[in-house]
Design a protein around this ligand. Structure first.
Ligand code: ADP
Ligand code: MG
Length: 730
């Protein structure tokens, strides 16, 4: 009998290291090739006149519209550059709500009406395209007869060339909207939220420094992932179809020994990482750190932080490049939030801050005490924003896959709380407890702040259980899932902090018009915020049961599943926030909500069907076979006249196999019924809840019984690649 599991293991055993293809690192000095596939300033200067380049840069920086003539000039330059690099096609590259990227390739090659052949690419094709959007999720925004959507150039993120096996393609980052201009992607709301926070933050900065005319937000993501051999991956229907294991008994050795975390990187994985980093550097993605993560076979990759829009694009691009590079190494990247039960899941910490055109990080306490009030203002306002809108932030990271992390005995909990570390907690406490906002009080607070040594701040991040932690000079949002588009939580961060800063400034104006001096007025307001937002601040163990109870007493939400968490998007305060800030219209908000529900439903539907197939067509037959072997053995022992005690163990196993088989069959039938019932529901919310509360628990029981069978059945008969093989065979 040939089982795919053993074939897969054989394949790996017989694989020689030499069949792996390695990409040449162009140069050991990264600076010599960094960004060589990007249409960056250097390339633009080379291919455009100084005047045209100046116009384009000005338009990008000021956010003004580029004239058609200038767009034509950019397109011409971009085309010549791309052709010189060997590109044959171009594509508008966009981020539909499916969570990954989409592209539709067109050739530069054109036939003119008089039969001439030429390479063409105009300003019009650069600025706007019309991919058929009908098969991208649109949450009811497009009726079927109006399938058109537009992609529109985002000049703030540079075009790049993607090298594929079949050739090189010029990719132009774009936003994706309906014919009527409604957003159908992650990027447009993000860009709008950036405008919004900038408008709010600049006037606050100008209280301290008139030279501040621009504020951007910055994002540094940390991408966690698992690597699995391609042969093992292909032998598991669940990995192939859902990206995670739906079944599988825990390996006796998992991550208990902590011997993987920061351990030495296996050679094969190292080769993959080196390749991946080279590809990233060519694309201008500034990846810097790599290390093993907690789970066996789990790794992390992190770049230097960048302006948020660019960082989001780079992360989307990275996930794509990871898939491609892994295949070259006969590996598969698992970006799923929880590929293996019982082992650490994967997240994507989003480090977020704000920076000014004068080069100041607004969340850096810095060394100049005189300017620390600026830090304190942005620091406290961010905490207050998270306190006011915690549920919306929670909703932005809700997905079927992330439900296995948040609130499921895994880092971090679904309850949003803010960790600031001892030193800053002390600063906030002192301020709240009674330093008066008079001249002396102001001075005392500033003195206190100036005493925070930077080193100590760097050490504030060791509370790994906090979902939202201040780590020295930025906030680290740890709830984001490994496969997610960072744009969703970033859009929410920008919007809620933007709103908070608006409100702060309005209040400040009020106090100052009553004659209160600037610093005193600021401290008066901050003091109140610190008091109000106290419930969201938590420095303890976020995993503990006591925290759950304590959080409930404090009135904090605990929304451990997606359908419940998503509800926050439709609440009055969310609708008001998003519409008044211009980030979403109410229609868009509902459409995005529907798409999120739909994604959730589809993910669970596919998982549930895959699971049904795996247990009925793979697991049960294996269990029955082994049972037959045992029964024959029992009969033979009986025949030779041995007493029952001689085959008591076999009999017991036969019985237990039967019990588990029956349970599985029962539950699979109930699960199929549950699915049918859920599918019959019209309303997206009701359907998502039905999947969550009716179908998902049955999947969990089926898994329990299937894993018990794995424990009972002969290893040689077991068809599914086992956990120990997935995690430890390399
Ligand atoms: P960790 O201890 O969480 O693994 P790392 O130093 O590996 O921390 O990662 C920190 C991340 O935070 C990096 O991606 C880094 O670029 C990013 N980061 C640092 N400063 C800022 C900032 N001002 N804004 C946004 N991200 C930042
Ligand atoms: Mg981190």
């Amino acid at each position: 009998m040939s089982l795919s599991r053993f074939q897969a293991l054989d394949t790996i055993l017989n694989r020689s290291g030499f069949e792996l293809e390695y990409v040449d690192v162009p140069d050991t000095r990264i600076s010599n090739f960094f960004g060589c596939n990007v249409f960056n300033d250097k390339a633009m200067k080379e291919y455009m006149t100084e005047e045209a380049f100046g116009n384009v840069k000005l338009a990008i920086q000021s956010g003004a519209k580029l004239s058609r003539e200038d767009a034509d000039l950019v397109a011409e330059a971009m085309k010549r550059w791309a052709l010189d690099q060997g590109a044959t096609h171009y594509t508008h590259w966009f981020q539909p709500l499916t969570g990954r990227t989409a592209e539709k390739h067109d050739s530069f090659f054109q036939l003119t009406p008089d039969g001439k052949v030429m390479e063409e690419f105009t300003g019009d094709t650069l600025v706007q395209q019309e991919p058929d959007g009908s098969s991208f999720p649109g949450g009811g925004l497009r009726s079927t007869f109006e399938a058109r959507g537009y992609t529109a150039w985002d000049p703030s993120s540079p075009a790049f060339i993607l090298e594929l096996v079949e050739g090189k393609t010029l990719c132009i980052p774009t936003i994706f909207v309906t014919y009527g201009g409604d957003s159908l992607d992650y990027k447009l709301p993000l860009l709008k939220s950036q405008n919004y926070i900038e408008q709010a933050a600049v006037p606050v900065c100008q209280l301290f420094d008139e030279n501040v005319t621009r504020v951007i937000t910055t994002l540094g993501w940390e991408q966690e992932y698992f690597l699995v051999d391609e042969a093992l991956f292909n032998a598991r229907p669940d990995l192939l179809l859902t990206g995670r294991t739906l079944l599988g008994k825990h390996s006796p050795k998992g991550q208990q020994l902590d011997d993987h975390y920061f351990g030495s990187i296996p050679e094969r994985v190292f080769a993959f990482m080196r390749d991946l980093e080279t590809e990233c550097h060519k694309l201008g993605i500034p990846v810097r750190t790599r290390h093993n993560e907690v789970g066996p076979g789990q790794y992390e990759l992190a770049p230097m932080y960048e302006e948020t829009n660019l960082a989001v694009d780079h992360n989307q691009l990275l996930m794509d490049v990871m898939d491609r590079v892994a295949k070259r190494h006969k590996l598969r990247v698992l970006l799923h939030e929880k590929p293996f039960a019982g082992v650490n899941g994967s997240g994507k910490h989003n480090n977020w801050s704000m920076a000014t055109n004068t080069g100041r990080n607004l969340l850096s306490p810095g060394k100049q005490p005189g300017k620390n009030l600026l830090f304190l203002t942005f620091f406290v306002n961010t905490i207050q924003a998270v306190y006011r809108y915690a549920d919306i932030l929670r909703a932005s990271v809700a997905s079927a896959a992330n439900d296995h992390r948040l609130g499921a005995n895994e880092a971090p909990p679904a309850i949003i709380s803010v960790f600031v570390g001892d030193t800053l907690a002390k600063v906030l406490d002192r301020l709240e407890a009674g330093i008066d906002a008079d001249e002396a009080g102001v001075k005392e607070v500033l003195d206190l702040l100036s005493k925070i040594p930077n080193l100590e701040l760097d050490n504030t991040d060791r509370n790994r259980t906090s979902p939202f932690a201040f780590t020295g000079n930025k906030f680290e949002i740890r709830m984001v899932g490994s496969s997610m588009n960072c744009a969703a939580p970033m859009t929410v961060m920008n919007t809620i902090v933007g709103r908070q800063l608006h409100d702060f400034k309005a209040e400040l104006n009020g106090l100052m018009s009553q004659g209160l001096e600037r610093d005193s007025a600021i401290l008066t307001i901050l003091k109140r915020y610190i008091r109000e937002s106290r419930p969201i601040r938590f420095e303890g163990d976020g995993y503990s049961e006591e925290w759950k109870a304590e959080a409930a007493r404090r009135g904090l939400s605990n929304l451990p599943n997606t359908p419940d968490a998503l509800g926050a998007y439709l609440r009055k305060d969310a609708v008001e926030l998003f519409t008044s800030s211009g980030v979403f219209t109410e229609r868009e908000l509902h459409a995005h909500y529907d798409v999120m529900c739909e994604n959730y439903i589809l993910k669970l539907q596919i998982e549930s069907r895959t699971m049904g197939e795996m247990v009925i067509n793979h697991i049960l037959p294996a269990a029955v076979n082994y049972q037959t072997t045992l029964t024959q053995n029992i009969l033979q022992l009986k025949e030779v006249g041995l007493p029952e005690s001689a085959y008591a163990a076999q009999l017991d196993i036969v019985k237990r196999i039967s019990e588990n088989i029956n349970k599985i069959k029962e539950n699979v039938e109930a699960m199929t019924e549950g699915r049918k019932k859920a599918n019959g529901l019209e309303d997206a919310t009701a359907k998502a809840k039905a999947y969550c509360y009716e179908v998902k628990p049955l999947m969990e029981s089926i898994r329990t019984f299937a894993d018990r069978l794995e424990y009972l059945v002969d290893d040689r008969e077991w068809p599914m690649v086992k956990y120990r093989e997935l995690m430890f065979v390399r």
